[in-house]
Design a protein around this ligand. Structure first.
Ligand code: SF4
Length: 126
């Protein structure tokens, strides 16, 4: 991938990336996560997609077009996008999005409103 290209991400994956500690759904998923984080840090560019993204591409829960836990992940996307004021298909600076996470979710104590019922919550919502 051209490192100048934006990384395509669904909204709630900004949160998954923030709390990534080297664990994931599979070895392939985890390796892809490391690559995506490196790409984000180099390109500083994120294209928001309200659908499958660069992380889903290497996930065992990805069913081709949708996620095995589609209702849940779409709910997380909707809430994250609402709080961060993100538009589908729009490109943002990754640094700016990280600042928005702090300003509009963590400092407002809204993280639990997004994804408290996620199976990884014992890592992120400590
Ligand atoms: S397929 Fe589902 S569980 Fe896997 S990365 Fe995408 S949204 Fe997350």
């Amino acid at each position: 991938m051209n490192i100048k290209s934006p990384v395509v991400l669904r909204p709630h994956h900004l949160l998954c990336i923030k709390f990534f500690v080297g664990r994931g759904y599979s070895e392939e998923f985890t390796a892809n996560m490391y690559k995506i984080i490196a790409d984000l840090n180099e390109s500083d560019s994120v294209k928001i997609a309200f659908s499958a993204d660069a992380l889903c591409a290497a996930c065992p829960n990805f069913l081709g077009k949708t996620c095995k836990t589609q209702e849940k992940v779409c709910r997380y996307d909707k809430k994250t996008a609402e709080l961060l004021q993100l538009d589908d298909g729009k490109t943002y600076s990754y640094k700016e999005l990280k600042a928005r996470l702090e300003e509009k979710i963590f400092s407002q104590n809204k993280f639990d409103d997004v994804c408290r019922d996620c199976e990884w919550a014992n890592i992120c919502h400590k």
